[in-house]
Design a protein around this ligand. Structure first.
Ligand SMILES: *[C@@H]1O[C@H](CO)[C@@H](O)[C@H](O)[C@H]1NC(C)=O
Ligand SMILES: *[C@@H]1O[C@H](CO)[C@@H](O)[C@H](O)[C@H]1NC(C)=O
Ligand SMILES: *[C@@H]1O[C@H](CO)[C@@H](O)[C@H](O)[C@H]1NC(C)=O
Ligand SMILES: *[C@@H]1O[C@H](CO)[C@@H](O)[C@H](O)[C@H]1NC(C)=O
Ligand SMILES: *[C@@H]1O[C@H](CO)[C@@H](O)[C@H](O)[C@H]1NC(C)=O
Ligand SMILES: *[C@@H]1O[C@H](CO)[C@@H](O)[C@H](O)[C@H]1NC(C)=O
Ligand SMILES: *[C@@H]1O[C@H](CO)[C@@H](O)[C@H](O)[C@H]1NC(C)=O
Length: 398
């Protein structure tokens, strides 16, 4: 019996690894990276990164820039020949409105910009992690941060800026295939999503009990603003231990699955190479319309693409606050480091399934005994039938 069990487990593992390798060979995109498309010289004030992710019948254009408020723009077209076009003099002028296009315009299916607008800091005197009304003056990532040149590495880019004696860094990665990052929270990504990590490293807090809040704005080109954040339960697996919630910022009504999404696990980490104790829960507010003209205020990339028709783009802007830390937890001053990671993509946000390891263990633990029972049942049945057959023509009594 033990030998049969072992064989069966080995067989199951084989099946699972085959299924997994088949799944790994799923949809892919060809990536090409272009810096400052169409510009004769590096522009003053920061590079514009363009990653083209070519699919079989569509193209995703990822654009990333620190001109204006740092932003990631994701444009999906339903052709494989779409191009990014930039009117550089206007892009670099004080008013970039309408200076970046994706052509042909008729091929654009959806466009979503994630704007990193402000970093808020408050003194959590009572350790309740509730934001008071009197915050410290916010850091506007557009005006109060000095952004350095973009560091490129393949289809990844890092933007860092100096603020409050430390640095804030945004690390973008675009992927051509499904996979997972090596560092926690090890988010699952697909060929239709990119990942941005935000790091607050060595900032001088303005109080010993300071906590930080990141304000994000999402702007869209179509009729479906990102007006809802849904929270799903996730499974506690070996990829993101002890975290049970995934947040998805999407349009409440959707647009047939073609629109943008922002997805994160509700965790930040207090060290660059975290252990379990360095995980810190994060929370978010409901999306709401920011005061004023958010797109004009953001300027740069978001305004360049979405600000085309006067103020029309302003209606598509919604903002949320992502706050780091909960009541009773260590303050920022403890490690003077925070990192938080999110996916930005189009279509259906990826969902964690049980990992192959867990599935194989479960299958071996539950499946094998069940299968053995089943096989045993079949064997007993066959034996009975054979016995019945050999019993000849006798009819059962009753
Ligand atoms: C990606 O590139 C490979 C090799 O250059 C090519 O065979 C394949 O057709 C390309 N796929 C797409 C979707 O363009
Ligand atoms: C910016 O430029 C656009 C298009 O050229 C124009 O419609 C808009 O009025 C300008 N905005 C400001 C504040 O100058
Ligand atoms: C691409 O999308 C546009 C706008 O949604 C639509 O009018 C057009 O027919 C689509 N083209 C293809 C080839 O699907
Ligand atoms: C902190 O707690 C004290 C005493 O309960 C209260 O008076 C004060 O308003 C609280 N401060 C904040 C910022 O919540
Ligand atoms: C990614 O987009 C392609 C093309 O639209 C689609 O066929 C594929 O199913 C999507 N993959 C995921 C994981 O959403
Ligand atoms: C942060 O903590 C250090 C020691 O851990 C302390 O010296 C410093 O004063 C604290 N910073 C603030 C702003 O209180
Ligand atoms: C984020 O928090 C700040 C400070 O409380 C507030 O002024 C702002 O309106 C909030 N933003 C959103 C989108 O809730």
């Amino acid at each position: 019996m033990a030998a049969a069990r072992l064989q069966w487990d080995a067989w199951l593992l084989l099946v699972f690894s085959t299924v997994c390798s088949l799944a790994a060979a799923s949809f892919t995109r060809n990536l090409s990276v272009e810096l400052n498309p169409g510009s004769p010289a590096p522009p003053p004030g920061g590079d514009l990164l363009h990653v083209r992710a070519l699919g079989d019948a569509d193209t995703l254009h990822f654009l990333f820039c620190s001109q204006g408020a740092p932003a990631l723009l994701l444009v999906r077209t339903n052709v494989t020949s779409s191009r990014v076009w930039v009117d550089w003099p206007r892009f670099l002028s004080g008013n970039s409105s309408g200076s970046l296009r994706v052509e042909p315009a008729s091929s654009v299916v959806s466009s979503t910009a994630l704007i990193f607008s402000r970093l808020l800091e408050y003194d959590d005197v009572n350790n309740t992690a509730e934001m008071p009304f009197d915050l410290f003056p916010p850091y506007r990532l557009r005006d109060d941060v000095r952004w350095s040149a973009m560091e490129l590495s393949g289809a990844s880019a890092r933007l860092c800026g100096g603020v409050a004696g430390g640095s804030v860094c945004l690390h973008l990665s675009v992927f051509g295939r499904e996979g997972r990052d090596e560092t926690w929270p090890r988010l699952l990504h697909t060929a239709n999503s990119s990942q941005v990590s935000v790091r607050l490293d060595g900032l001088r807090p303005r109080s010993a009990r300071s906590r930080f809040v990141l304000e994000l704005r999402a702007a869209v080109g179509g009729a479906y603003p990102l007006d809802a954040v849904r929270v799903r339960r996730s499974i506690d697996d070996e990829f993101t231990p002890s975290i049970f919630k995934v947040s998805e910022w999407t349009s409440a009504v959707g647009d047939g699955g073609g629109g943008g999404f922002v997805q994160w696990k509700q965790v930040a980490y207090r060290r660059p190479a975290p252990t379990l104790e360095d995980a810190s829960p994060c929370r978010h507010s409901d999306p709401r319309r920011p005061a004023g003209r958010a797109l004009a205020e953001a300027g740069g990339l978001a305004l360049a693409f979405l600000g085309g028709g006067g103020d029309a783009g302003e209606d598509g802007v919604l903002a949320i606050n992502v706050s780091f830390g909960v009541a009773g937890e260590a303050f920022y001053n403890h490690t003077r480091f925070l990192t938080w990671t999110t996916l930005v993509g189009v279509g259906i946000p990826p969902a964690d399934a049980f990992s192959p390891l867990v599935a194989a263990i479960m299958a071996a633990g539950l499946g094998a005994p069940l299968a053995i029972l089943l096989m045993g049942g079949v064997y007993v049945c066959l034996r009975k039938r054979r016995a019945a057959a050999s019993a000849g023509n006798y009819q059962p009594i009753n």
